[in-house]
Ligand binder design. Structure first.
Ligand SMILES: [Mn+2]
Length: 121
């Protein structure tokens, strides 16, 4: 099982991927988080480092992925310009961006509303 973020993942993409990975782990399913591009923001790389999140570049998976691999998309939708179409079967999409009507997908985009007044206490 692969969890794919949008290219050049940012903190919300990586945090979403980690959340799904932990949920899958709870159910005994191992998964790999992957992305295309680079982790080019300091805050994103710090998040990855502090949370010890393992992410693989899709270019390192090109000889490993098969059509039978299941892929969960987070923080992006298939057909968007900011996510590469990797080998595998996209079974779920969890995204808070507006639905991409140009490339309708069998998967479901779930709008997630995050209150802006949440602060750490
Ligand atoms: Mn994002």
């Amino acid at each position: 099982m692969y969890i794919q973020t949008h290219n050049y993942p940012d903190p919300d993409a990586i945090a979403s991927a980690l959340g799904i990975q932990e949920l899958l782990k709870h159910h005994g399913i191992s998964s790999t988080i992957c992305y295309k591009g680079k982790i080019d923001r300091y805050s994103t790389d710090k998040l990855r480092e502090l949370m010890e999140i393992e992410l693989l570049n899709v270019e390192d998976l090109s000889t490993i992925l098969t059509d039978e691999d299941e892929v969960i998309l987070v923080d992006a939708q298939k057909g968007n310009s900011n996510i590469v179409d990797i080998t595998g079967d996209e079974i779920i999409c969890i995204d808070h961006h507006p639905e991409n009507e140009k490339f309708p997908s069998p998967s479901v985009a779930v709008p997630i509303v995050v209150p802006l007044n949440i602060r750490e206490t």
